[in-house]
Design a protein around this ligand. Structure first.
Ligand code: MHF
Ligand SMILES: O=c1ccn([C@H]2C[C@H](O)[C@@H](COP(=O)(O)O)O2)c(=O)[nH]1
Length: 274
């Protein structure tokens, strides 16, 4: 993942100091892309160990439609949830049960699977989470927003646009705001998982992943960790093995995902900005 290191260097060299909602402060650039050919390996960082199980768990949790951290086997959302575990209508709700004015719901994932199988030349194969009716008030805390039926946090990875060319499945994932040290490694690996899972379900080959980022930032309390990471040499990317073909996109389990040859540098801890 030299491209990831190049992005970190770009932000350190060209970024601007900026205040932010969390009060932590960032160095930011605006508008960056990097591309990964998924046939060259699975894009999981090797310059620090990323907890792959949490990456998979969070994705399967989104896909289940749950918005409650009690259904998530990871602690990464704890700081934003209400006492009962609720986060308001965040990712899983918008992806699988977007509410309509007649009181019904639309499953955007079903729509994507249907198009990939039945109309793969379409240029409309996408799902997104930016449901303006449920956006939080930035002046209130995540919990206050969730209590009022709003999202605790608005989506960061908000648009997943797929395209099929030469029987290969490509994805452009748009992220409006990206915590490059903690969030980005999860976001990139999950986007790659989407391509692998949908390609398997729809009898396609994996193609290219394009990560397209709006505000790409390094938090002021992640600088030392970033420098440590930049001092490390990237290693060969692991390979992802899907151990079986589940009956549908909703039937994947943690045990279905196996990484071969993941030999990263040690983990690096960093505080999360709330
Ligand atoms: N500031 C901020 N950055 C984020 O990346 C982020 C948010 N807020 N809010 C919502 C979610 C939660 N996400 C998170 C939160 C924490 C970690 C984190 O602490 N990761 C550690 C440990 C991972 C684990 O527990 O398995 C890491 O070293 O990657 C990662 C993503 C991504 N999102
Ligand atoms: O998947 C995610 C979720 C969150 N983030 C980061 C990006 C920002 O640092 C914060 C969100 O704060 P906003 O003020 O709403 O932009 O969380 C991420 O990188 N990836």
């Amino acid at each position: 993942m030299k491209k990831y290191q190049d992005l970190l260097r770009d932000v350190l060299e060209n970024g601007t100091k900026k205040d932010d909602r969390t009060g932590t402060g960032t160095i930011s650039v605006f508008g960056r892309q990097f591309r990964c050919d998924l046939n060259e390996g699975f894009p999981l960082l090797t310059t620090k160990k990323v907890h792959f199980k949490s990456v998979v768990n969070e994705l399967l949790w989104f896909l289940s439609g749950s918005t409650n951290i009690n259904d998530l086997e990871a602690t990464i959302w704890d700081e934003w949830a209400l006492e009962d575990g609720e986060l308001g209508p965040v990712y899983g709700k918008q992806w699988t049960a977007w509410e309509t004015k007649d009181g019904k719901t639309i499953n955007q994932i079903d729509y994507v699977v249907d198009l990939l199988k039945n109309n793969p030349t379409s240029r409309r194969i996408l799902f997104h989470g930016w449901n303006v009716e449920y956006l939080p008030d930035e002046k209130l805390s995540p919990q206050e927003n969730a209590r009022q039926g709003k999202m605790a946090l608005p989506p960061c990875h908000l648009l997943y646009q797929f395209q099929v060319m030469d029987n290969k499945l490509n994805l452009m994932c748009t992220i409006r705001s990206n915590d490059l040290f903690l969030g980005n490694p999860f976001n990139t690996a999950q986007a790659a998982l989407w391509v692998h899972m949908l390609a398997q379900q729809c009898d396609l080959e994996v193609g290219e992943l394009i990560m397209s980022i709006g505000d790409a930032h390094i938090y002021s309390n992640h600088i030392d960790q970033v420098k440590e990471q930049l001092s490390r040499d990237p290693r060969a990317l692991p390979k992802l093995k899907l151990k079986r073909k589940p009956a549908s996109i909703y039937d994947y389990k943690l045990e279905d995902f196996e990484l071969e040859g993941y030999e990263p540098h040690p983990p690096i801890k960093a505080p999360v900005a709330i």
